[in-house]
Design a protein around this ligand. Structure first.
Ligand code: 1HN
Length: 350
């Protein structure tokens, strides 16, 4: 009997001894790694993100109401944040990226500012509003992919007679993770334009470069228009270049390096033939998708998300997913892959 009691007792004592010790070191702002090691060095990625989908029918209705609640000027940016359901209150869709839907009504201006966080716009609906970036106006049409890199001055305006809606994705949570945020407003709400519309795409996106073009981590192209990119994925599909997981897919590239368009966020545009049944895939970059055309569904883990035009959905890091297209469909996608690659930590599991 005493044999059994002694180890129990010593276990109990050991627990008490350890707790007393932890209390003691805590006063010196120290803690035992061995109590948390398994949680901080996991065998596989452990994500707080959950898969989620935002239907454009809901987004359009709710955004329309935002137009009654606040002006673009008062809001500075009239954006509804797409918050990951497991990260509510944290202003993010994945741990590293922000996503939101922005509305600009006819006649409105979103005043010029600049910030360290890089932004991209993926245009959803409307025609004829613009975003001006570093003195170049980019006219917005659905499917356009527009860059607003780190510290680039930018303002938006809508001289058309229709509301304009787009998806904003920013590396803001990452900039704030590093605690490196700066931002600045300009005296003039609207930037003076120094270049003609479309200059940057013509100068840098046509297989030639202006003589002496600077090599930079940031793409000089401001608007990768849908009108230019859509026929390329069509051609890729016709050529039979269809990846079993990703469809006929192009990567938005920086023409001065061949690398990603931005150092922090990487985007693709993919075409799926009608009846496409994708093989499963996963990678460590949590990815935001937008359906630009068509109809289909994506299985993420055990859940299935049905999407149609302008629906947005998010796949968490290392979640297995596969796309199915009921009609010929186009998916835009964006993630933090360039950051992970730069750090040498990106992985995929084909
Ligand atoms: C921002 O500056 C814009 O310039 C959009 O349109 C979304 C989300 C968070 C912080 C700044 C814009 C933003 C943002």
């Amino acid at each position: 009997m005493s044999v059994a009691v002694v180890p129990n007792d010593s276990k109990h004592n050991l627990k008490a001894v350890r707790e007393a010790y932890y209390d003691k070191i805590s006063k010196y702002d120290m803690a035992p790694l061995w109590e948390v090691l398994k949680n901080v060095v996991t065998k596989e990625p452990k994500t707080k993100c959950t898969p989620a989908l935002w239907k454009f029918t809901d987004v359009q209705k709710l955004m329309g109401e935002a137009g009654d609640v606040i002006t673009a000027e008062e809001a500075e940016r009239r954006v509804l944040v797409l918050e990951n359901p497991n990260l509510r209150g944290q202003t993010r869709i994945t741990n590293s990226l922000f996503a939101g839907i922005q509305l600009i009504m006819p006649g409105e201006v979103a005043p010029a500012h600049q910030h360290v966080a890089s932004a991209i716009r993926f245009v959803l609906d409307g025609e004829g509003a613009y975003t001006a970036v570093k003195g170049e106006k980019a006219n917005m049409s659905p499917g356009d992919f527009i860059l607003t890199p780190n510290w680039a001055p930018h303002d938006h305006g809508n001289p058309s007679d229709k509301p304009m809606l787009w998806l904003d994705v920013l590396d803001l949570p990452t900039v704030n993770h590093f605690e490196t945020s700066f931002m600045n407003h300009f005296d003039e709400a609207v930037q003076a334009t120094k270049r003609s519309e479309g200059d940057s795409l013509e100068f840098y996106g046509s297989g030639v470069l202006p003589d002496g073009a600077e090599v930079s981590k940031i793409s000089p192209v401001i608007n990768y228009t849908y009108a230019r990119t859509r026929p390329i994925i069509e051609r890729l599909m016709k050529a039979g270049d269809i990846d079993k997981r990703h469809g006929a897919r192009v990567r938005y590239a920086n023409p001065t390096t061949g690398g990603w368009a931005l150092p922090t966020m990487g985007a693709h545009l993919a075409l799926f033939p009608q009846g496409f049944k994708g093989e499963p895939y996963r990678s460590t970059d949590g990815t935001i998708f937008v359906c630009a055309e068509g109809k289909g569904h994506t299985k993420i883990g055990e859940e299935t998300f049905e999407w149609t035009r302008n629906d947005v959905f998010v796949v968490p890091p290392w979640a297995r997913y596969s796309h199915t297209a009921d009609k010929e469909s186009v998916l835009f996608s964006i993630s933090d892959r360039p950051m992970q690659e730069a750090l040498g930590i990106w992985r995929e599991d084909a």
